[in-house]
Design a protein around this ligand. Sequence first.
Ligand code: C2E
Ligand code: MG
Ligand code: MG
Ligand code: MG
Length: 283
Amino acid sequence: EAKRNGRNRFEFYDVRFDEESDEKFSLIQRLRPAVQANALAVYYQPLIDLKTGNICALEALLRWPQEDGSMIFPDRFIPLAESSGLIDTLGAWVLNQACMFCAKQQQNGNSELSIAVNLSFAQFKDGNLPQIVKGALETSQLAPEHLELELTESILADDNGNVIQQLEQIKSLGVTFAIDDFGTGYSNLNYLRTFSAQKLKIDRIFINTLGFDEKDVPLVTAIISIAESLGMATVAEGIENEAALKKITEMGCDIGQGYYWSKPVPAEQIERLIEAQSPTNQR
Ligand code: C2E
Ligand code: MG
Ligand code: MG
Ligand code: MG
């Protein structure tokens, strides 16, 4: 629960503290050189425009491939990167990779494609995030409106730092924003007033049940209605089957993301997916 509820909070450890922190320590010791050697990988998952059925954006998701062929997932190493300060280097790297990848896809004829990149609370600490975002846009030559930064509720809930100030600075570059995992964090509607984002991503725990259980329907309907009235587009995360897709489309959601279309995959693989739907291949 502590983990889910935002990483910028204190966590309480139980008796397993020492054992756990030993393991974390050794993982950080391995993560540092991996980050420095650019040995992590950026995977991409498509976001689908539910009106057209086309890929409208990609979300960049980090992976840490191991020498034995296994994979470490971000839920395990992102918190370590955050607490060790490695997230600054790592976050800037992902941003650069993702912007360059999107620009390349645009040059290949997919001019409307956008790229979504996740941000951590810890990346706002130094105050240089606007500069890092600007740099990534300049290097890649990606138009700012095609970069979408994903923020969790916990980032927006911070009011003692200069988070909102930095966000406004980034927004003035023309970059767009999405609120990620909506409904699982502080769920304080105040931040929707404090900072206006273009998209609201409904967490997959509310989407999971759609299509075969009515219990989450009223909640999802309400979330879509809030988003609409604030002029935000809605994204349903975690669409895994036809039934959920049908239901969420009926409910008026704009965009879908989930295993139903594709898991996050390496760059070459997503390129083939994009290629398969590009206009020249659709006759
Ligand atoms: P997120 O931003 O909410 O990303 C969506 C997660 O849901 C991804 O997990 C994705 O693989 C998973 N997902 C997508 N569709 C489905 C589905 O149909 N079913 C199920 N069961 N899962 C689905 P992943 O890649 O393990 O990433 C976990 C979290 O790690 C992300 O959640 C994000 O908060 C964080 N993360 C990943 N990459 C980065 C990064 O570059 N920077 C930062 N700060 N955080 C990152
Ligand atoms: Mg996300
Ligand atoms: Mg999410
Ligand atoms: Mg999530």
